[in-house]
Design a protein around this ligand. Sequence first.
Ligand SMILES: [Fe+2]
Length: 268
Amino acid sequence: MSQPSPCAGMVDLHHHLLPGVDDGAADLAAAVALARLAVAEGITTVVATPHTLDGVYDVARPAAAAALAELAAALAAAGLVLDVRLAAEVHLHESIPALLQAEPAITLDGRGRYLLLELPHQGPPPSLPEFLFRLAAAGTTPVIAHPERNLAVRKNPAMATEWARAGSKLQLTAGSLSGMFGAPIRACAERLLRDRAAHVVATDAHSPERRPPRVCDAFAAAAAIVGEQGARTLFVDNPALVLAGASPDTIESPPAQPRRGLFAALFR
Ligand SMILES: [Fe+2]
């Protein structure tokens, strides 16, 4: 009998699962394959987060809802039990406050409390801290997508730690922890874990072949830093709190565990 997944019951808050709407699942077959892989990893809920306002993709809600309906029917026909919700990954844009007013359902909890926010890849504008503050003051906590993949954060991880200290939540991508994107991105993700700046891990899956929703190896990598319970907090408990729209105060970054054995001796 196979071992149960350490991520059993995981809510994946960042996943480009919807068929044919952005650079995620190319078609229905790819979406079903992604869902099958997610279920095998122990994921029970996926929040589909199509790109919005990113300059290439701006997936409209009706198109996303239609794709979700098509996918739900295909999953049922395939006998796959996966709860798929609909939100969005929203690129940093001045129109976000107006968008939230008009369509709070694009948020991760569906009620306007947590927004999955994508930053410009090279680095954020100087006005970002003020923007994050204004968003939070209006009742929406930013969940910043994969800061470890951002060039400016890799040069200065303290920048992201400061966003977390000021109240934003940080989402690491599982593939960053498992080395899918290379050593510098893995090192930055580990640094954010050690600095207690990371709150949730999600897959940001795009395709069954190139960007699959693998989490078990990333869970082990996180557990080496924050312990098994800390990894459960990042992969399972905190994402469930975000989905439920729980108070931001309840979503904490787990503490790093003290290094043991040989490493403890080396780093003392
Ligand atoms: Fe994404």
